[in-house]
Design a protein around this ligand. Structure first.
Ligand SMILES: Cc1cc2nc3c(=O)[nH]c(=O)nc-3n(C[C@H](O)[C@H](O)[C@H](O)COP(=O)(O)OP(=O)(O)OC[C@H]3O[C@@H](n4cnc5c(N)ncnc54)[C@H](O)[C@@H]3O)c2cc1C
Length: 298
């Protein structure tokens, strides 16, 4: 990558160390490339993201957990702030009030493995929901896709949000995370859940000793999560075997529902009747998704 020396926002010595970790191809302080890592680079002028984030001083693209850990250690040694990005979807909505930080772009960490028998997927940070769902639906399994869209990455969505109307049936993401590989804020690699029992053990959130997975969960954006998750196993759920067939011509396309699935829209006379209906539907466990839609229009 090309270098542009305008103002030294991070010490040259630190930058040389960062470059040595990933190779010169995968680290840069080039202002033009770094500018692409701000909200304006995404032409989101109409969205609430506008102007929130500043240009990073350096962008670095690691390939392995060990590289991530080494980057974090260098940043700590020089007192340089850093932030990870998996898909860059919501990170641009996060306020960054300084320009002397390193952005760790995890897009080169893109492995996706599906353990069909145990109904889990083992993902690296760059795997997005679109890729995951495409693969698992071919195996008669599903999981949620957040309202933010299938371009959201699976790991940060499990860490920060992980909600959609299907959570009526599928639990919130706290319960969908299994074993994980985590780089702590100090740059140590920690293996959590059943991963403690061995390299290939990804099936369980609990492991030997106390369950510390809660430390990974934040609420949204930067508000909570710690460190960098480099691998996670997530639970998958059984779906019916019929294919979801696309229908229509772009942009007016949709998916034809399999014969066993239907949308039911109905009105109820009062709030009390609504509460009773929801209660009965839940007890009978007959819906994938049950939600109140506000009355609108005339
Ligand atoms: C219009 C809109 C609607 C949305 N609706 C919903 C919804 O209905 N349901 C829902 O669940 N979500 C929703 N979201 C949130 C969306 O799913 C998030 O984008 C997602 O949770 C985070 O993934 P990301 O791909 O955006 O990650 P990124 O933009 O890459 O990162 C988001 C945050 O996670 C941190 N991060 C990234 N990777 C890692 C990592 N590997 N380890 C630790 N921290 C990391 C980043 O530093 C940043 O703070 C919505 C978002 C938008 C913009």
């Amino acid at each position: 990558m090309v270098e542009t020396k305008v103002k030294e926002l991070i010490p040259q010595e630190a930058y040389s160390e960062l470059q040595a970790i990933v190779g010169p191809e995968y680290a840069t302080t080039d202002r033009v490339i770094c500018q692409a890592y701000t909200a304006r680079g995404y032409a989101r002028e109409q969205m609430w993201f506008l102007g929130l984030c500043t240009r990073p001083a350096c962008v670095i693209l690691p390939k392995t957990t060990e590289e991530v850990a080494r980057i974090v250690k260098v940043c700590n040694r020089y007192g340089i702030p850093y932030t990870p990005a998996s898909s860059m979807w919501v990170i641009n909505a996060c306020p960054r009030f300084r320009d002397d930080f390193v952005l760790i772009d995890l897009k080169r960490m893109d492995k996706l493995e599906i353990d069909e028998k145990n109904m889990i997927a083992i993902v690296e940070p760059a795997v997005i929901y679109g890729q995951l769902v495409e693969e698992i639906m071919q195996r008669d399994m599903y999981t949620l896709v957040p309202g933010g869209g299938s371009q959201a990455a699976v790991i940060p969505n499990h860490l920060h949000y992980g909600i959609c109307p299907l959570c009526y049936r599928i639990p919130l993401s706290d319960y969908r995370m299994n074993a994980a590989e985590w780089v702590t804020p100090e740059g140590e690699v920690v293996r959590m859940g059943s991963r403690l029992a061995g390299e290939n053990s990804w099936f369980w959130q609990d492991g030997l000793g106390p369950n510390a997975m809660g430390i990974l969960r934040g609420h949204i954006g930067w508000y909570g999560s710690l460190g960098i998750v480099t691998k996670m196993s997530v639970k998958l759920y059984p779906f019916q075997p019929e294919r979801m067939e696309p229908e229509g011509r772009s942009p007016e396309t949709h998916s034809k529902l399999p014969s066993r699935m239907r949308f039911y829209n109905f009105t109820v006379p009062s709030r009390e009747a609504l509460a009773k209906a929801m209660d009965e539907i839940s007890k009978a466990q007959i819906s994938a998704m049950a939600q109140k839609v506000p009355v609108s229009g005339g």
